[in-house]
Design a protein around this ligand. Sequence first.
Ligand SMILES: [Zn+2]
Length: 422
Amino acid sequence: MYQTVKGTYDLLEKDMARFNMLEDLFRHFLSLYGYAEIKTPVFEYTGVFQKENDTSDMVTKEMYTFSPNGKDSLTLRPEGTAGVIRSFVENKMYARPELPVKLGYIEEMFRHERPQKGRQRQFTQMGIECLGEKDPLIDAEVIALGYTYIRTLGLESVKVLINSLGDAESRLRYRERLTEYFAPHKEELCIDCQNRLEKNPLRILDCKIDRGSELVANAPKMELTEGSQKYFDDVKHYLDLLGIPYEIDDRLVRGLDYYTDTVFEVVSTNEASGSQATIFGGGRYDDLVKEMGGPQMSGIGFAIGVERLMILAEAEGIFEEYAPELDCYVINLNPEPDYAFAIAEELRNNSFTTEMDYYGRSLKAQFRSSERKNTRFVLIIGEDEVREDTVTIKDTLTKAQETLKKEELVERLDQLLEDYYE
Ligand SMILES: [Zn+2]
């Protein structure tokens, strides 16, 4: 007997339908905001994901890296941005006459971390990347897309947290000040942060272990250069203009090392999700395109973890109205299935979702099946119906029953649906 590998899971029917619902609405939002969907390979050369001096847990501890021929180092995609940018550069999208290039994805990701609720080793992310232009309008639009998507799904208790990590100069200055501040207290930091102190002290600010400490709470704040401050003020202005509620969180640095200027998270304040769970996050990156071999071009994006979104959506009860429904169930009471079987196929060819009995069960058993499947119209095919070339329809909502010629069936069902929804 085999079982799923730790950190992976089967997506069974009901959850699959819910997954699809989340994804379908996301695809709708992609098109509303002018994004085209792309799919990148599940594995890439390790260098696509692993940058020099990257201190993030994802890169240092969690990647599935393998070498099938003992020569190339390959890695299963742990996040979406790097592959999209690799594709942007490889396909020379940066040279297009129309910039920015707006790309969206819905893809499986792989990270070897300790599985917990809403966090699997194989998981799905829906994300966007807007590449090739840097403008506060774009930052605000990207946040608006994500926020409005979450609100349209029906999640109520959400808010946007934003921060600016500044431009290269702001960050360089800030790094120096943080290093100066933390260095005398190195021993008080966790092992990871002692390492981060050398490579990227900003990451200490959102360390899961040290985050709550007095030392981190009293750390100096970022001072933005004039240009970065103006940029951040403009982003906030456009968010105000769109009526998107946000809070500034100056400890928000995000888990990855490559962010510059705007970073943001949309968090749930629903109690079921813990005190304040991140629904999704993202930010701007000035140097990723260049690091991947392209020109110096900025980009911005975010990614939503679908597994976590499922839990939140369930907690807020937004799935109730999505119970699957069957249009028609064909009950056959004849020894031969031919007549009923042909009708079922005709209904499907006319866009009615349809099921039928395969086993010649009793009338009662077939009715029970139709109820379990939440059927709108039950079609009864008895001896009389076959002899007279008719069908008996039972409308399970109005309880009305009628017998009519087989060739009138499709038109009649259309009419019943239309009358009902008027
Ligand atoms: Zn730490």
